[in-house]
Design a protein around this ligand. Structure first.
Ligand code: NAD
Length: 338
């Protein structure tokens, strides 16, 4: 059997996106996955891993040790503290989201130099990098890649800085002294709210939509923590995994950071679209002032033209199609088996 040519270090492999991505990598015999997380990802994901290291990405010696064991060709960096959790522990969030990312970028650059080859580094960012004023939000519509970048949360500030840090490593590293190309091929996907049917979300401020879906399938009432008309962009987990793979596998790209999204929907629109599938659904709206204020600075929708033009990204589903083809059958299956 030949040795896989892609040896990918995946941080945050036990998380929601980690589950989807590791399962997708398992279908490719040319990929060898080395996973990192604080917690065990569970038996099903473990079966798809070539190696698992439990530890903290902020621990530099832990990360250094992993790359002494594996010659890593790519890093997919998913580990993070999400927006709501980060707002409870902002200093720790900075450590994980910024210092942890810096550790991995540094290691990627060292790997590239040691083996004289560019290391691909792919990381999700978030619509939390935006910070629209009340007036900008009231205009609605799609917001561009470089507009309204004034995040109001620690998480958003962390993500925006890491986009810049990645751009530095990917395009301008040691620009005064070094010859040859930068050591890292940095690629960043600015994600909307991601809806997973197989796993339950924790710690994100876009959790109101996936939480409503899981409550509907479990036959439980749902108390929504934002107003009914609260609208942001969304995609489902299969679309998110496809977008990550599309970005990872694209040839050289003109940009470093790309917006992606499938549809824009409000909490109330989701409730209405869910009702034909779950007629007994009960939703009440009790906005949490702090979380509402955070979501109110995020765009209704984002402009994805650059991703479509540069690497062929194509939104797959509308809200109704996402419910019909993925969300409803998947959550039904999950709750039927519990
Ligand atoms: N899910 C979404 O809706 C969404 C939207 C936008 C961006 N993102 C980004 O996508 C990435 C993955 O998100 P997710 O939804 O899978 O999150 P998640 O919370 O489900 O998973 C994150 C994982 O990182 C691990 N982790 C946290 N701190 C760590 C540390 N110090 N060391 C090692 N591991 C650590 C956690 O144990 C967890 O398994 C994150 O960067 C997140 O910011 C997610």
């Amino acid at each position: 059997m030949s040795t896989p040519s892609r040896r990918i270090l995946v941080t945050g492999a036990a998380g929601e996106i980690g589950h989807g991505l590791v399962s997708a990598f398992a279908k490719d015999p040319d990929v060898h996955v080395i996973a990192v997380d604080l917690r065990d990802p569970g038996k099903a994901i473990r079966a798809n891993l070539d190696d698992l290291h439990l530890g903290d990405i902020c621990d530099r010696s832990f990360i250094d040790h992993i790359v002494t064991l594996h010659e890593v060709t790519e890093i997919v960096h998913l580990a993070a503290l999400l927006s709501t959790r980060a707002e409870h522990v902002p200093e720790r969030a900075h450590e994980v989201n910024v210092d942890g990312t810096f550790n991995l970028l540094r290691v990627a650059a060292e790997q590239a130099q040691s083996f004289s080859r560019v290391v691909k580094f792919t990381v999700p960012s978030s619509i939390a990098v935006y910070g629209l004023s009340e007036q900008e939000k009231s205009l609605g519509g799609k917001v561009g890649l470089d507009e309204c970048l004034r995040p109001v949360t620690m998480y958003g500030a962390n993500k925006l800085y890491c986009e810049s840090l990645g751009r530095y490593y990917g395009r301008h590293y040691r620009s005064l002294t070094s010859e040859g190309p930068p050591p890292i091929d940095f690629r960043c996907l600015r994600l909307p709210g991601v809806i997973a049917a197989e796993t339950k979300p924790t710690g994100g401020t876009s959790d109101f939509v996936p939480e409503m879906i899981h409550a509907a399938a479990a036959g439980q009432p749902y108390e929504c923590f934002v107003r009914e008309e609260t609208r942001i962009p969304w995609m489902t987990m299969p679309e998110c995994v496809d977008a990550m793979l599309g970005l990872l596998e694209a040839p050289a790209l003109p940009g470093c950071v790309y917006n992606v999204s499938s549809f824009s929907a409000s909490a109330g629109e989701l409730e209405a679209a869910l009702r034909p599938h779950f007629p007994n659904l009960q939703v009440t709206y009790t906005p949490h002032a702090g979380r509402q204020a955070m979501v109110d600075t995020w765009p209704d929708d984002v402009d994805v033209t650059a991703a479509m033009r540069d690497w062929g990204y194509a939104p797959r589903w509308t809200l109704e199609q996402a419910l019909e083809h993925y969300i409803v059958p998947s959550v039904r299956r999950q709750y039927a088996s519990t």
